[in-house]
Design a protein around this ligand. Structure first.
Ligand SMILES: [Zn+2]
Length: 312
């Protein structure tokens, strides 16, 4: 009897141990599930390990489109959205801070970012993407290359594709997402270009005075002949001599169109129009604007609506 009792006690002890082991295993599984769930729900910013800096607004809009839904990527613009073009731009302390811990810098290229040496000196490990390398139809203003290539949709598409290709190279883990984003964006841009070709097909070849050097590529892309480019977007007032020369040229060559942009001083355009009877066409050079990834598409769509009215 005594022996049997001992066996019973031992049997109970064994059963208790089994329950404890099963309970412990279940507890470990539960803890693991909780840990995995927490890890999955972590905000993206916490796992950010690649920092991209875009030089200015048009490049920032491209980068916004390409980096959407990528993993561990942070994209910032070096300059403020309203800074406009970067000629003679001086880098601020805040700008330099953005460069210090960045991995990739995306530039327009063709000499627009005159501060590139300083950028490279500040962060020698920085990978530089030059968006203009595949753009071949560059135009010259006197001896200098006009770097405002993005106002031609065709050029802009090349910039998008170049940046996407280079991002895949430097950040291969997001290759699939960059490629899909690029395809989606380029499809929208090609559709817009098709709308331009279709809706402006009646537009005859015309000579135009461009008061903003950024609009020359847009004018060329719709078969306008830019015969005289006098100002850049920083120049607010033209000298009396310059005005006289442009008016003479417009009269001699029967130029009846003036392209100008929001950045330009409209008084110049108005004075020229008063003297020559030319039509003022106010366009958006997509050089500044809202922090919105569709900003380029929106700006160029509005430009199309304006261009359709030429001659009306
Ligand atoms: Zn410029």
């Amino acid at each position: 009897m005594l022996l049997l009792n001992e066996i019973n006690v031992k049997g109970e002890i064994t059963l208790n141990k089994k329950v404890k082991i099963i309970f412990t295993i279940l507890l470990i599984i539960a803890v693991l599930i909780v840990l995995i769930t927490i890890n999955r729900n972590k905000p993206k910013e916490q796992s950010s390990n690649l920092k991209i800096v875009s030089s200015f607004y048009p490049i920032h809009i491209i980068a916004m489109n390409l980096t959407e839904n990528t993993n561990g990527v942070e994209e910032v613009c070096l300059t403020q959205n309203n800074v406009g073009c970067l000629h003679d731009y001086t880098l601020t302390t805040l700008d330099m801070k953005k460069i210090e811990n960045a991995n990739i810098f995306i530039q327009n290229g063709l000499g627009l970012e005159e501060f590139m040496n300083k950028i490279i000196e500040t962060n020698q490990n920085l990978n530089i993407i030059n968006s203009s390398v595949d753009v071949t139809n560059t135009l010259k203003n006197n001896e200098n290359i006009n770097p405002h290539i993005w106002t031609s949709i065709e050029n802009y598409i090349k910039q998008v594709e170049t940046i996407s290709k280079e991002l895949c190279k430097y950040n291969s883990e997001n290759t699939k997402i960059y490629t899909e984003n690029c395809q989606k964006y380029v499809d929208s841009l090609k559709q817009l270009k098709a709308n331009y070709d279709m809706q402006l097909s009646k537009l005859k070849l015309q000579k135009v005075i461009c008061l903003d050097e950024a609009l020359v590529y847009l004018a060329n892309s719709i078969n306008m002949e830019t015969t005289y480019i006098e100002t850049n977007h920083e120049e607010s007032t033209l000298s009396a001599d310059t005005m006289k020369n442009i008016i003479e040229k417009m009269k001699q060559e029967n130029i009846k169109l003036i392209f100008t942009s929001e950045e330009n001083n409209l008084n110049n355009a108005q004075a020229l129009a008063n003297e020559t009877g030319a039509q003022i066409v106010k366009l958006n050079s997509a050089i500044s604007g809202e922090n919105n990834k569709d900003a380029y598409l929106d700006a160029m769509t509005k430009n199309l609506e304006i261009l359709k009215k030429i001659g009306e």
